[in-house]
Design a protein around this ligand. Sequence first.
Ligand SMILES: O=C1O[C@H](COP(=O)(O)O)[C@@H](O)[C@H](O)[C@H]1O
Length: 232
Amino acid sequence: MHHELEVVADPDAVAGTAAAFVARLARACVQAHGRFTFAVSGGHTPWAMFARLARERVPWEHVAVFQVDERVAPDGDPDRNLTHLRESLGAAPAEVIAMPVNDTDLDAAAAAYGRSLPERLDLVHLGLGPDGHTASLVPRDPVLEVSDRLVALTAPYMGHQRMTLTYPALARAQQVLWRITGADKREPLSRLVAGDRSVPAGRVEAAASLVLADAAAGQGPARADAQSPASP
Ligand SMILES: O=C1O[C@H](COP(=O)(O)O)[C@@H](O)[C@H](O)[C@H]1O
């Protein structure tokens, strides 16, 4: 698929540009159809963007936040994406639809989460691992081949089993926003924008894709690719 790439100076500029993009899209979607459906990824780097987003003009009472992926770990665990998401959103009155990773029957829980997803996700926010993973679509895991479910479980990866949206769920995105920082992402970023399907991120399909990267990640071959202003 085609990715628009915008390279900005540093992680702070990525966070600010991404937050402004999300806020503009949220306002436009709420004005157009009364709701903004937003799926968010986890990891270590998104939270600066969410802290900035909390200061933007967003119609939070009309925002539904879904999770892109989650570690199977207890509520409040520092490894849970939800823990950081809730902290970052603070008092923003968004509806958060958490992945049910504490259910005893995780397969049934994943299927139930799949049923809760809307037909259309206005925005899916994704990160990129140094190994080319995105969401919890991790290299060599059978989850990469799941085509009949919207939500699935992985084998243990970096300390935890994960629940993740699958490629068919990500394909419900009207817009994907990738937020990529750091020199360790340079190689996978090059592969992503080149459409290299040998890395998990390269297999994501969606209606539109904007890649926001800092200079450390966006140097090299990726930098020569298309650049465009970040507006929805
Ligand atoms: O494990 C994960 O890592 C990726 C990348 O995280 P980042 O902090 O390096 O951007 C993330 O997108 C995914 O949601 C997460 O579970």
